[in-house]
Design a protein around this ligand. Structure first.
Ligand SMILES: [Zn+2]
Length: 569
C-alpha cells in the first residue's frame, strides 16, 4: 500500500506531548500543537505508528513503572493508540543498546511492526532522536522546539517546523515514488489514462517476459533477480556521471526493470563499473556526455551523430533519464528524439518544449535515491513487492558481524575529503581501541593510504569496484567522506561512519537506508555551497573531528549490529 515507509516512530516528550520533565502524572499530559491531526493523517495513509522514548527517570527513581505506564496510557488515549511502544529505562551510565542515540529502540520497534528500520521514519525533537534513526538505518525528520540546539538542527537529515510539516514531508515523499498510471498500450481503451499527455504509443512486445541471458551482471554469482514485466518493452535508462551517482539510481532502475522486458543503461566511463553491478540492467552503452561529464571534451558533430545512431540501434520504446540537481536532461532528450525514442521522461525545471513526454519536477532535499525513484514513478514504474528500496549490487551482501573497520581516506573532490593528518589520527585511535583496520585507496591514492595507515593497519591498494564491494561486505563498518565508497557500502548493507562535509545536504546525499553516524561540523560556512574545493581556510568542517568521536561512532553501529542479532535470535 505504501511505497516508501511502513511505519512512523515518534519520540514522546517534546514531540507528541509537551515535555514535562520526569512526568509521572497522566493529568499533565498535553499534546503538542497539531500533533493529533498529524498522527491521524499518517495513520489514515496506511502507516503504522510507534513511540520510541528514553525514560531515564525510571533508572533515576523519579517515577515508578506504574506511573510511566499510566502516562503512556494517557498518550495512547489522546492519539488513538500506537501500534508499538519501545521504552529505554536506562540512563547514560548503563551503556545499553537502547538509549537514543543508540539504535536499539528503532530496531525493536521495526521488529515489533514486522518491518525493517530502512522502511521506518523517526520523528523527534532533538539530535538523539535523529542519531538513533540514522544508526538504525531509518529516515529521520527533526521537529525542533526551543530546547533543540542549533548544531542538532544543522545535522538533521530533514527538518520540519511543526508535526504537521513533518507529516506533509513524509506523505510527499510517499507520493513522489508512487507510480503514475502507465499510458494505455496502442489499440486498447480499458487501461487507465495517463496523467501526463504522451506522444507516440508504447507498444509492448507480447510473450517476451524472460530477460536476456548475457546481461551485464551475468559473470557474477548470486545475481539478485528482479521480477520482470512486459508492459514497457525496451527501456533506456540514463545516469551518465560517477559510480556513486549510478549506485543511488539503482532502486529506480530496479523499478523500471520490474515493468520492462529489457533495460539498456547509458552511462559514462566514470559510472561504468557501478552500472555493471546493478541488478536489472541487461545491457550497457558507455558514452562520455559532454554536458554531464565533470571534465568534458569539446562537442564533436560526428561523435554526436554516432551517439544518435547508437541510441537508434538500442531500439528503445522509451527512455527514463536520471539527472542530478545541477544537470540537464534536455541535450540527451534531443538526441533521443532524433533517434526515434517514442516516450521520454526526465526532470526538467527548464522549459522542455516537445523534448519530453513526461516532464517531472522534484522539490529540493529529497534523498537522491528517492529523487531518482520519483522519475521512474512519473514514467509509471514502481518497485516489485518485497523490494525494500535500498541500494544494492549483484552478488555481494554484508552478512553482519564484520572482521575489520575499513577507513577510506580519499574523496572525489577536495572539499569533501578529510585532512590526511586527521584520518591518520582516526586510524591510530581505532587501532588503539582494539579494531583491526583496513585502509583503502583508489587510483593515485597509494601514498595517501600509506600515510593515513601509519603502519598500524593493513593497506589495500587499487581494487576493482567488485573487489571493493567484497572488502566492504566483510567489514563491520566503513569510515569515509561523502564519496563513492559510502554508497557502495550502503549498497552491500555495511554501516557507514560518514565524515561529511556539508557542501550538499546530508538528507539528500548521506548513506541511504543503511546504519550510519554523521560526523563533522554540519553548520560550517561551506554548508550547501556545492563547492568542490573547500572555500574556508583550515577546512573546519572536517579537520576538527575528534578521533574519539569516530571510535564512539563505530561502537554505536556495533551496538546496532548486536541489537539486530538479538532481535533476529
Ligand atoms: Zn536503554
Amino acid at each position: 500500500m505504501t511505497e516508501l515507509f511502513d511505519a512512523v516512530l515518534f519520540d514522546r516528550d517534546g514531540t507528541l506531548v509537551v515535555d514535562v520533565p520526569y512526568n509521572g502524572d497522566p493529568s499533565l499530559v498535553e499534546p503538542m500543537p497539531g500533533a493529533r491531526e498529524a498522527v491521524d493523517r499518517l495513520r489514515a495513509a496506511g502507516l503504522r505508528l510507534g513511540v520510541i522514548t528514553n525514560q531515564s527517570g525510571l533508572a533515576r527513581g523519579r517515577f515508578t513503572a506504574d506511573q510511566l505506564a499510566a502516562v503512556n496510557r494517557r498518550v495512547d488515549e489522546i492519539f488513538g493508540g500506537f501500534d508499538t511502544w519501545q521504552i529505554c529505562p536506562h540512563d547514560d551510565t548503563a551503556g545499553c543498546d537502547c538509549r537514543k542515540p543508540a539504535p536499539g529502540l528503532v530496531i525493536a520497534a521495526a521488529e515489533a511492526l514486522d518491518t525493517t528500520p530502512a522502511r521506518c521514519v523517526v520523528v523527534g525533537d532533538i539530535g538523539r532522536d535523529m542519531g538513533a534513526a540514522l544508526a538504525a538505518g531509518a529516515a529521520g525528520v527533526l521537529v525542533p522546539t526551543p530546547v533543540t540546539l542549533p548544531p542538532e538542527i544543522a545535522a538533521a537529515p530533514a527538518v520540519a517546523s511543526t508535526l504537521t510539516g513533518a507529516a506533509d514531508l513524509i506523505l510527499r515523499r510517499e507520493a513522489l515514488v508512487t507510480p503514475a498510471p502507465r499510458p494505455a498500450p496502442a489499440g486498447t481503451t480499458s487501461a487507465p489514462a495517463a496523467t501526463t499527455p504522451t506522444r507516440g504509443a508504447v507498444t509492448p512486445t507480447p510473450g517476451a517476459a524472460t530477460p536476456r541471458p548475457g546481461g551485464a551482471g551475468s559473470a557474477l554469482t548470486g545475481i539478485v533477480p528482479v521480477p520482470r514485466g512486459v508492459a514497457a518493452g525496451t527501456v533506456l535508462v540514463v545516469r551518465a556521471d560517477s559510480a556513486g551517482d549510478v549506485l543511488v539510481t539503482g532502486p529506480a532502475i530496479r523499478a523500471v526493470a520490474h515493468g520492462a522486458r529489457r533495460v539498456v543503461m547509458l552511462c559514462g566511463p566514470r559510472g561504468r563499473g557501478a552500472a555493471e553491478l546493478l541488478p536489472g540492467v541487461d545491457e550497457i552503452v558507455e558514452w562520455r556526455l559532454p554536458w554531464i561529464d565533470a571534465e568534458p571534451g569539446a562537442v564533436d558533430a560526428e561523435e554526436m551523430a554516432a551517439l544518435t545512431e547508437r541510441l537508434r540501434e538500442v531500439g528503445a520504446d522509451e527512455a527514463v533519464v536520471f539527472t542530478s540537481f545541477h544537470q540537464s536532461a534536455l541535450p540527451l532528450a534531443l538526441l533521443l528524439r532524433i533517434a526515434g525514442v517514442g516516450r521520454i521522461t526526465a526532470i526538467s525545471d527548464d522549459y522542455p518544449g516537445s523534448l519530453l513526454d513526461v516532464r517531472h519536477r522534484v522539490p529540493a532535499g529529497i534523498p537522491e535515491a528517492e529523487r531518482a525513484r520519483s522519475v521512474a514513478a512519473a514514467a509509471g514504474f514502481g518497485l516489485p513487492p518485497g523490494d525494500d528500496g535500498s541500494l544494492r549490487v549483484t552478488g555481494v551482501r554484508h552478512e553482519g558481524g564484520g572482521e575489520y573497520v575499513v577507513v577510506h581516506p580519499g574523496a572525489s573532490c577536495e572539499a569533501r575529503s578529510c585532512p590526511p593528518e586527521t584520518m591518520r589520527r582516526i586510524v591510530a585511535a581505532l587501532a588503539a581501541g582494539g579494531h583491526r583496520v583496513l585502509v583503502t585507496g583508489g587510483d593515485g591514492e597509494r601514498a595517501l593510504a600509506a600515510y593515513v595507515n601509519g603502519g598500524v593497519g593493513v593497506e589495500v591498494g587499487r581494487t576493482s569496484l567488485t573487489e571493493m564491494a567484497e572488502i566492504l561486505a566483510r567489514a563491520s563498518c566503513l569510515v569515509v567522506g561523502n564519496t563513492g565508497p559510502a554508497h557502495l557500502a550502503a549498497a552491500v548493507g555495511t554501516p557507514v561512519v560518514s565524515l561529511y562535509a556539508p557542501t550538499v545536504p546530508y538528507g539528500q546525499w548521506g548513506p541511504y537506508r543503511v546504519p550510519n553516524v554523521r560526523l563533522g561540523d554540519a553548520g560550517a560556512p561551506c554548508r550547501d555551497s556545492r563547492a568542490t574545493v573547500c572555500p574556508i581556510a583550515g577546512h573546519p568542517c572536517l579537520s576538527d573531528i575528534e578521533p574519539e568521536r569516530v571510535v564512539a561512532a563505530v561502537r554505536l553501529l556495533a551496538a546496532g549490529a548486536h541489537e539486530r542479532t538479538e532481535v533476529a535470535a
